[in-house]
Design a protein around this ligand. Sequence first.
Ligand code: ZN
Length: 489
Amino acid sequence: MKKIFTATLGTETNTFASIPTGLGLFEETCLYRNGSYGKNLPMFGAPLAVWRQRAEAKGWTVVESLCAFAQPAGKTVKKVYEAFRDEIVADLKAAMPVDAVFLSMHGAMVAEGYDDCESDLLAHVRKVVGPDVPVGVELDLHCNVGEGTMRDATVLVLFKEYPHVDVSDRADDLFAVMEGAIEGRTKPVMATWDCKMIGVFHTTRQPMRGFVDKLQAMEGKDGVLSLSIAHGFPWSDIKEMSSRMIVVTDNDKAKAEKLAKELGQEFFAMREATQPPYVTLDAAMARASTHNLPKPMVLADVSDNAGGGAASDSTFILKALLERKVKDAAIAMLWDPGAVKLAFEVGEGAELDIRLGGKLGPQSGDPIDARAKVLKLGREITVQFGGQRKGVGSIGDAAALQIEGVTVIVNTKRGQCHSLDCFTKLGVDPSTKKVVVVKSMQHFHAAYAPIASEVVYVAAPGALVPDWKQLPYTKVDKRQWPFVANPHG
Ligand SMILES: [Zn+2]
């Protein structure tokens, strides 16, 4: 009988964000030990559940360690990362001997003193299990894959879809590849090719859609076990930051290397066509003030996406809507626990003078002072994730405030707006608004595109401004597109 060891440890670190990632943020987001969540599987535990189910179906033993994930923010506090790593390693030592290790990580976790946490953790794991035990890792496609990760992981399988609707499907893929290795039927080998480009690649649109479909059609044939595109996470100032192709073949290193380069070149060739059509704040406001289609215009405030580590309290778009006197607009969610507390103090239907947002640093803009009416209040609001991504999450306590023509959802638990529930649970129907602003990079798309006449990605100022030339990189290798027109030449 085989025995596998599983664990989750991750977060996506925006090294430009000012919010530290400490123990409290893990506790608030997802922190369980040895499957202590019981039947209430947390969203970030989805791969663990897949691996357990598939292993137990084969009669294998599963030893599950930590399940820790933090909402993206700034660097992880050093002692917090080290304690989690040491806990996983101690659990692994206690579980030895094992036939395989399965890890669910993000791929862009940076801690104080550790620019590449994934490589560090994998080095520790490899030291415990030795060179021959297969170690399978599932990563978010927004990962910066370091040399250590390529060396110490046996198989890497990344999400293929952005928005990430395929977390469980890819966990299933990883299990299938690892199963062959565990049973000695296959010998996975990996190769990677650095595309040397920085970008954001939505798989909902062409040409990425077709490229992802092509990769999936190639998997499982001619000795190709798995193909992944690492999109990179540009808001991490570390030397590993880049996009790359990762190929896993059955014991054919030369083929893996050749394919990684060929597919990597194909991906690189799409660089211009794949970039999201960002518009400036001014241009977005001009369109919003004249919008008169029956369905709302949905504006994505990509620069203040909590899912990428931003504070989610920036006021640039709200201020612009108020200045332009846009009517019938709604915005979600502004993270301002103080404002929520004051709204609860006066109660539904009351008015108050309030200072909103703009508190967490220059990237949040200035706070807004306004007269607000409290439309609705809610305690511990849970929201269903949009699209096919299963699970519920909490946005904490929240209030719907009316400020002139704009309804503002303020909340106490920082998170991106990817569910219609962020509005509807506070009595606001976004589909009836003229303009809807969501603080999200792309995960809003599955839920909001169906109610929108058009979706506009706004490059407002903020911690996630999608303009690499504005980011004060010091460690990133700038011999990459778009800093260099042809880094491979
Ligand atoms: Zn991601």
